[in-house]
Design a protein around this ligand. Structure first.
Ligand code: ZN
Length: 118
């Protein structure tokens, strides 16, 4: 069974729900944030991420998708669910993606202008 959490993009979380819950580990409201933080701390000492549940692919096709990813990352970092290194890597990736997206948009606009001029 899939986790029933609805993400900020309106889609349902696609991670597998825990055996005794409707939610995955990350979204399970029955697991106290302090336990998630402790798990992160242990995971951090072992040099590994605490998020053991299989992660679903995140759709990134627009700036709105990036906003959703960055917002979720900031919230997970604040809640102590993910490690600072992971958050930094996600934000860095989102920034790189956004630059590529902006460049592609500018190139598309430039091509249209060049066609009009010719
Ligand atoms: Zn979930």
């Amino acid at each position: 069974m899939k986790c029933e959490f609805i993400k900020c993009d309106g889609n349902q979380c696609e991670a597998n729900a825990m055996a005794d819950s409707q939610y995955c580990y990350l979204h399970n409201p029955d697991i106290p944030e302090s336990e998630k933080k402790e798990a992160m701390s242990k995971g951090g000492k072992a040099g590994k991420s605490i998020v053991k549940a299989p992660l679903e692919d995140i759709k990134i096709a627009s700036p709105e998708d990036l906003l959703c990813l960055v917002g979720a990352t900031i919230n997970e970092l604040r809640a102590g669910v993910i490690d600072t290194k992971i958050a930094k890597a996600l934000i860095y990736g989102a920034t790189a993606y956004n630059k590529i997206y902006e460049t592609a948009l500018l190139e598309e606009r430039l091509n249209k202008i060049e066609k009009i001029i010719k």
